[in-house]
Structures are given as structure tokens and as C-alpha cells.
Write a protein that binds this ligand. Structure first.
Ligand code: HT7
Ligand code: ZN
Length: 863
């Protein structure tokens, strides 16, 4: 396979003034006729006329009306064209009915739909399928289906046809078409300048009852983007369509967002609180792309983080505003550490802006998205809120309608603030997670923190340079009061010391403006709260005693670090339990008990405090400490800690559990969701003491999916619930999204020795439609995330996953390749497990005709 490099970028030889497409829909022989106005690009050196095209049957091609015979290969065509403006026309035939890869035009449950990002448009017609070629599209759809949709505004429709015009220039990856028997849940939004926008959420008949929440989320997103970023919607219509077969969460096509039905459809009976929150965030994310991605797009796919990092950052801000900011921040840190740190510290590590790829689909990663968002968060911390707002204003003004680079992005910040951001740019080019170690000094009343940064070598990058790391620090006095509010330390060197002195107004960073040091005062040594609000995506190595952590857990005014103190206590005690069979530490147990007792604390925050690090994270920590992780020992320690915690807090459990009995009508809002989260966490602990008796009662009274699933998981964890599981199946067998939960839960809750057998059994179930990515992920994805089950010593988990990946690859390479990342941590484990995994990876790699997507992933993981 060919490797593509960022450094080789050159502009396309031609500009595209307009594109007109006609679709004559037929399941196995759709005709696509394109009429494209090209003109030479004055900024391009190379005038070779190459159009991408894959799996297309060329029927005819003309240039300025004259038939030509282009040179067609598997990847596209070349043709001789005039050295002046000309009109290209082509007719191709495609087979959406047999498109199982779900890229290009395909059919899902009788509905035609498209997925063009990143390079799917080339499976629809011949075109310069690259994001820097932007044009205005008009589309005519001919097809005997009730609803025919494309991008932009509708310009006409009749029996069996519809026409659309998108006035905003866009790259081909934002093209979309949907045709089917659909029903709309309508809505309406008036923009701040008075534009009336028609909103539609299109679903298959039967799903009408799951639209209201998504529609409200869309309206909230539109309003929020106006209020916070001044961004207004720019078309007369905004359509969202729910599709069952979809490789990812959703797609931001201009004016016609297409969603995985799991990312938009919701009702209290069928969706959990977590589903509601995710849906709200994804709807916001796709909507926000209208400006950050669509109006301003990427020059090339190496710049993916330009739109994705920024849009993730914006959707996180939105969720913080709609729900609880600290809870959102903690969730994001948990997620980043679980997914992005694992990626960044293994064979798949790559910079936020990668420098090469074989298959761009493999770079829609946690690094590009989530670390990309963290980089923006750091930039905002460094320049301040006001400068951030000004820089964004400049970005939108300066680059509207353009295809941009990270250099353009950084430049708006440099121009706004007069800062030199050269060093900051390393966050985009240097891969790996920086480790920041902290040492403290306390001499003559001066408190000094010395920070040291290092980043381990990553594939292709052996030497790392220091990065600019904003470290948010607060100081806390002996009585638990904050004596220095959060201060940002700009940590730019490999080793750097920051001294704090005592003033009449408390502690402050030496060298900052403010009152002078109080000489002769003899203040007690403060306790530092470091990396508040998770101010940078780094691993903090701060050797604190359990007593210091317990002190911060009790007193830190920063909600993130307060939670972090509890999390660090949990990690420390678990690692000790794993390595030495020690009993759980009382500092952890008492600290958690005190937090749970504090009813002034938000229930969702208290629920988070009860969480433990994932078993995979514990494995990573042990590996970092030079110890080979044993998945069963980790599982056992986690189970023991849960059991002991249940006993330790048992007197409180009935009160906490009562949080689930909410008098008011169900609402998926943050407040009720938090109450249910705490009640559910209490039920999980209770089940460890009563063998699931309370959970069985709860299952019977559950009138929403959150309660139903939380009770069912407790029962399964207790080795019970067979009857409930069957009843659940009978009740929900016709609901695809609920059945995904039914499949996934059984795998997630299985005991390690049984996971692989349960997966084998479930893959033989008549409802296991493995070609549907949601169902495939529900079962095989759950296998990969059940740490001890997946890593069963005999390798049954590995071979089972490999079997299914090999089977899925020819059908859907994109989903197969993404799921190969389950093996990315293989070098952490013992020699036997490593050998077993290597065998499976090699078996996958040697499969004849393996896709480019999967080949690239397994090769990178193996090397
Ligand atoms: N920009 C989109 C990324 C994407 C995608 C979505 C659905 C199916 C395949 C896809 N390939 C890439 C989604 C987003 O980030 O909003
Ligand atoms: Zn996105």
C-alpha cells in the first residue's frame, strides 16, 4: 500500500466552479451523471487531470460535449483536457445494494444513504475527492421513494424526483443523499438575524416516538452556537436522518446530517441517561461542524484535528454549560486516559496532526479528536478567555469559505495575542503523552515546586523536545482552606522550578504582581493541588502520601482534583492489593465514606467518586512500574475492593439508593440523571451484600431503561437474572437499539472465565446480525473491553475476536480496522499472552486480500 505524506501536499491543478449531479436510483444499478465546470488553478504547478473513482462502471465521459475515452484504473482516471475552462460530464453506474462497507452510496433497511467522509465520494462518481477542492453543488434525485434529500435548500420536487441546491462551497466529503420511506419529526428555529429555519428529524416508521429529545438538543445547539460563538445557521433547512447501518456516530454533511440511529434516537423506556447525554453531545458536535468543518474546512486530511479537535472542544463546552462542568471534565479525563493514553503510549501512537498515513479512516482516533480538543483547551488556558474569543472571531472572519491548516489556526492566535506559539505547535507534531514529575521543597518559608517533563519515544519519534504545559496549581493551608487560588504555571522547559511566597493575601507565585512577601512570617507548609481541572493531557507523577491524598479528597476546592485525590487513593490501594495481597486501605475507604455522606455534593459527582480505575488502566500502570500485569489478579483485586467498600459504606446505602425513586415525571436532565447514577451505584454495592435481592425488586419496578439496565447488570454480576434476561428479550426483541444493550450487557457482566463462551454463544443467536456495525460492536466490542475475559490465559478471547475480524474485513474494512485496536496494548502482558496475540495478529495480517485499512492497523500494531 502507498504511504501518503503531509510534506508532499500540492494543490489540485483545477478549480471546480460548479457541480451538478443527477441520481437515477436503482438498488443494484444506480446511474450517477455528473456535470462539473473546471478551470485551471493559477496556484497549482501540476496540471495533471486525475479524478478519483473506485468501484465505478464508467458508461460515458465527455469534455465540452465531446466524448472521450479516459484512462481508468482501480483508483481513478486521467484524461487529456483543455488548458482553459471546460465542462466535464460523466455517467457511471454503481451498486448501492451490495455496498456493505457503508462508504459511498449504500442501502440500509431499504433506505438509500451516503457516507462520504473521508474518501467515499469517489465511490459515487469520478471527482477530485480531496477536501481542498470546494464547489457549489446542485443535485437532482430521481427515485420512486417518498423522501428524497440532499444538501442545501430544496429547489423543486415532484412525483419521484427532487432537486436541491447548496449555495455554500463545500468539499465532496460533505456531500449527502438520502432516499427512503421516512417520517419527519419537524421543528423550527429562528436565527438571531431572523432567518426561519425548517428542522426535520427523519426516521423510519416506528421510530417517531424517539425523536423529541434529539430535536430539542438540536435547537439548544443552534442557540448555544449563536450565544457563545456568534455562529448563525446559514440555510433554510436543517435535516437530520437516522440510519441503522453506520460505521461511526454521525456525519456533519452540509444541511443534511446523517446519524447512526444509536446517536440520535431516544426515549425514556429505551435509552439510558448515558445515551441521552451522548446523543445531546453528538447532535451538538455535528451541528457545530457547520462552522468548524464545513464553512471552514481542512486543506488535507492531515489537518483533520483542525475541525475535529475544535469541534470536540466546542461540544465539551456545550455539555459543560448544559449539565455539570466538573462532571463533564472528569468524564472526559477518564475517557482520555482510557482511550487516548493507551493509543499514545503504544504502537499506534501518532501526533495530533499525523505526518503520514496509508488509510485515512484509521486516523479518526482519540488522539486526533480528544487530544486535539485538549490542545485547544490548553491554548485557551494560556491566552485567556478573552483572547480566545477574539482569536476565534478572527478565525471565522479570515478563513470563511477556505480549506485551512493548523498553521492558519495558530496564526490567528499569534496575531491576536502577539505571542510566539512556535513551541506550542509541538503539541500538534510530537506524539506520546508527556509525563510531568513533581518534587517539592520547603525552605525558609518558601514553597517550591520543581517540575520535570519527559515523553517516552514513540514510533518514528525517538527524541522529544519540551512542550508548553499549562499546569494549574492551587495551594491549601493546614486547616483545609485555600491559601492560593488556581494559578497557571507555564511550564516550558525540561526542568523548571516555581517558587511560592507568603503574602498578606495568602500564597502567590514569586515574581507575579501583588503584595510583597510577609517577611518573618512563619506559615505552615501548604499542600499543593496540581493539574487542577486536568489542565493538560499529561501523566502527573506526584509522589504523595495517602494522608496528603486523603487531605485533598476532603478539602480541595477544585472538583476535578478532589475527585482525582480519591481516584489516586483507589489506584494506590488497588496496586498494593494486586502486588502484595494487602487489604484495602482505610484512607480510601474512609475518604469515600465521607464524600458519600456529604449530601451537599451533587449526586452525579458522588456517583463518580464511587468509580474505580478500569482494569485496563491498572494494567497500564503496572506495566509502567515495570510489573507484568496479571488480568485475573487485577480483576480479583477490583472485586475485593468493591466488596469491602460495600461493607464499609453499607449503612449509607439505603439512603443513597433512595435517590433512584424520583417522584417527578422522568426527565433525562442532568439533575435526575445524577440521582439515578448515585442510586444505581448504591444498588451495585447493595447487590454485593444481598445477593441481588434489591436489584430483583428494582427490575420489577423499573419504568425507564436506566433503572432497568442497572438492575439487570447487578443481577448478572451476582450470577442471577436469567429469568429477567429472557423477559427483557421478550419485551424488546423488536427494538434494535435495546437489543444491542441486551447483547452487550451479557458480555460486559460475564465472569472472566466465561466471557469467550458467552460471546461464542451470542454470535450464534439468530438476532446477531454481524453485518450491522452496532450489533457487531455490541458483542465483539464488549469482548475487547472485558479486560480479564478478553485476556483469558488460554487465548480464547484473542482467537475469537480474530476470527470475527477476519470474517468482517471483506464486508466492512473500516469497522474491522478500528476494532483491531483491541490488540494495541499486547506488549504489556506476559510472554505467553504476547505469543498468543502475536499469532492472532499474524493470522489476520496473512489473510488473503486483507483490506488496506486492516493491513495498516495490524502492521502498525505488530511493529
Ligand atoms: N466527521 C465525521 C467523521 C467520519 C465519519 C462519520 C461516519 C461514518 C464514517 C466516518 N468517517 C469519518 C464524524 C464527526 O467527527 O463528526
Ligand atoms: Zn466531528
Amino acid at each position: 500500500p502507498t504511504t501518503i505524506y503531509l510534506k508532499d501536499y500540492t494543490p489540485f491543478g483545477y478549480l471546480v466552479d460548479s457541480v451538478h449531479l443527477t441520481f437515477d436510483l436503482a438498488p443494484n444499478a444506480t446511474r450517477v451523471t455528473s456535470r462539473i465546470a473546471f478551470r485551471p488553478n493559477p496556484d497549482a504547478l501540476d496540471r495533471q487531470f486525475f479524478l478519483h473513482g473506485e468501484q465505478l462502471k464508467l458508461i460515458r465521459a465527455t469534455v465540452d460535449g465531446v466524448e472521450i475515452t479516459p484512462d481508468v484504473t482501480e483508483t481513478g482516471l486521467t484524461a487529456v483536457v483543455p488548458d482553459a475552462a471546460f465542462v466535464w460530464e460523466a455517467e457511471v453506474e454503481i451498486d448501492p445494494g451490495n455496498n456493505t462497507a457503508l462508504e459511498g452510496l449504500y442501502i440500509s433497511n431499504g433506505m438509500y444513504c451516503t457516507q462520504c467522509e473521508a474518501e467515499g465520494f469517489r465511490k459515487i462518481t469520478f471527482y477530485p475527492d480531496r477536501p481542498d477542492v470546494m464547489s457549489i453543488f446542485t443535485v437532482r434525485i430521481n427515485g420512486a421513494l417518498p423522501v428524497l434529500l440532499s444538501n442545501g435548500n430544496p429547489t423543486g420536487k415532484g412525483d419521484g424526483w427532487a432537486e436541491w441546491n447548496d449555495p455554500w462551497p463545500k468539499p465532496a466529503y460533505l456531500f449527502a443523499l438520502v432516499a427512503g420511506d421516512l417520517i419527519t419529526h419537524p421543528g423550527q428555529f429562528t436565527t438571531k438575524s431572523g432567518r426561519e429555519v425548517e428542522l426535520n428529524l427523519w426516521v423510519r416508521p416506528g421510530d417517531e416516538g424517539k425523536c423529541a429529545f434529539g430535536m430539542e438538543a438540536l435547537k439548544k445547539s443552534m442557540k448555544w452556537d449563536e450565544d457563545v460563538y456568534g455562529r448563525e445557521y446559514d440555510l433554510d433547512v436543517f435535516n437530520i436522518v437516522a440510519v441503522d447501518d453506520f460505521n461511526m456516530g454521525a456525519m456533519e454533511n452540509k444541511g443534511l446530517n446523517i446519524f447512526n440511529s444509536s446517536a440520535v434516537l431516544a426515549s425514556p423506556e429505551t435509552s439510558t441517561d448515558m445515551n441521552f447525554e451522548r446523543i445531546e453531545a453528538i447532535i451538538a458536535h455535528e451541528y457545530f461542524h457547520n462552522w468548524t468543518g464545513n464553512r471552514i474546512t481542512c486543506r488535507d486530511w492531515f489537518q483533520l484535528c483542525l475541525k475535529e479537535g475544535l469541534t470536540v472542544y466546542r461540544d465539551a463546552q456545550f455539555t459543560s454549560d448544559m449539565r455539570s462542568a466538573p462532571v463533564k471534565r472528569i468524564h472526559d479525563a477518564i475517557d482520555l486516559r482510557a482511550r487516548q493514553f493507551a493509543e499514545d503510549n503504544g504502537p499506534l501512537s501518532h501526533p495530533v496532526r499525523p505526518e503520514s498515513f496509508q488509510e485515512i479512516n484509521n486516523f479518526y482516533t482519540a488522539t486526533v479528536y480528544e487530544k486535539g480538543a485538549e490542545v485547544i483547551g490548553m491554548l485557551k488556558r494560556l491566552v485567556g478567555d478573552e483572547a480566545y474569543a477574539q482569536a476565534l472571531e478572527l478565525y471565522f472572519d479570515r478563513h470563511d469559505g477556505q480549506a485551512c491548516t493548523i498553521e492558519d489556526w495558530i496564526k490567528v492566535f499569534e496575531d491576536t495575542t502577539d505571542r510566539d506559539l512556535t513551541q506550542f505547535k509541538r503539541w500538534y507534531s510530537q506524539s506520546g503523552t508527556p509525563r510531568v514529575s513533581v518534587t517539592e521543597d520547603w525552605t525558609d518559608g518558601i514553597y517550591t515546586l520543581t517540575l520535570k517533563q519527559r515523553t517516552d519515544p514513540t514510533p518514528g519519534q525517538s527524541d522529544k523536545l519540551p512542550q508548553v504545559i499549562p499546569v494549574a496549581v492551587g495551594l491549601i493551608g493546614a486547616n483545609g482552606d485555600e491559601t492560593m487560588p488556581t494559578t497557571i504555571l507555564e511550564f516550558t522547559q525540561e526542568i523548571q522550578s516555581f517558587a511560592f511566597e507568603y503574602t498578606v493575601e495568602g500564597w502567590r507565585l514569586q515574581g507575579c504582581e501583588g503584595p510583597e512577601r510577609v517577611s518573618g512570617a512563619n506559615p505552615p507548609k501548604p499542600t499543593a493541588s496540581i493539574l487542577r481541572d486536568f489542565s493538560a493531557p499529561v501523566i502527573l507523577e506526584h509522589d504523595q502520601s495517602s494522608a496528603e491524598r486523603a487531605f485533598l479528597l476532603a478539602h480541595d476546592s477544585d472538583p476535578f482534583n478532589r475527585w482525582q485525590a480519591g481516584r489516586s487513593l483507589a489506584e494506590d490501594t488497588l496496586i498494593k492489593m494486586i502486588l502484595t495481597d494487602a487489604a484495602p486501605e482505610t484512607d480510601y475507604l474512609d475518604g469515600i465514606l465521607a464524600v458519600l455522606r456529604d449530601s451537599d455534593l451533587d449526586p452525579s459527582y458522588r456517583a463518580l467518586m464511587l468509580g474505580l480505575p478500569s482494569q485496563s488502566e491498572l494494567a497500564a500502570m503496572m506495566h509502567e512500574q515495570g510489573v507484568t500485569p496479571d488480568p485475573v489478579a487485577i480483576w480479583t483485586a477490583v472485586e475485593t475492593l468493591r466488596q469491602v467498600t460495600a461493607q464499609h459504606v453499607q449503612d449509607l446505602l439505603p439512603r443513597l439508593h433512595s435517590e433512584t425513586s424520583i417522584e417527578a415525571a422522568f426527565s433525562p436532565d442532568a439533575e435526575q440523571a445524577g440521582q439515578r447514577a448515585l442510586g444505581g451505584a448504591a444498588l451495585a454495592l447493595t447487590s454485593r451484600l444481598d445477593g441481588g435481592a434489591k436489584a430483583a425488586e428494582d427490575y420489577q419496578r423499573a419504568d425507564n431503561m436506566t433503572l432497568q439496565l442497572s438492575a439487570l447488570s447487578c443481577l448478572l454480576r451476582a450470577g442471577k437474572g436469567e429469568q429477567e434476561l429472557n423477559a427483557f428479550y421478550d419485551r424488546w426483541q423488536d427494538d434494535r437499539l435495546v437489543m444491542d444493550k441486551w447483547f452487550g450487557l451479557q458480555v460486559a457482566m460475564s465472569a472472566p472465565a466465561e466471557t469467550a463462551d458467552i460471546v461464542s454463544h451470542l454470535t450464534g443467536h439468530p438476532d446477531f446480525n454481524w453485518k450491522n456495525p452496532n450489533r457487531f460492536r455490541a458483542v465483539l466490542g464488549a469482548l475487547a473491553t472485558n479486560h480479564a475475559g478478553f485476556h483469558r490465559a488460554d487465548g480464547a478471547g484473542y482467537s475469537l475476536l480474530a476470527d470475527w475480524l477476519i470474517k468482517l474485513d471483506p464486508v466492512n474494512p473500516q469497522t474491522t480496522a478500528r476494532m483491531c485496536s483491541a490488540f494495541q496494548t499486547w506488549k504489556r502482558y506476559d510472554a505467553d499472552r504476547q505469543a498468543l496475540i502475536r499469532n492472532q495478529l499474524t493470522r489476520i495480517a496473512e489473510t488473503p486480500d486483507l483490506s488496506r485499512d486492516t493491513t495498516e492497523m495490524v502492521t502498525r500494531i505488530l511493529n
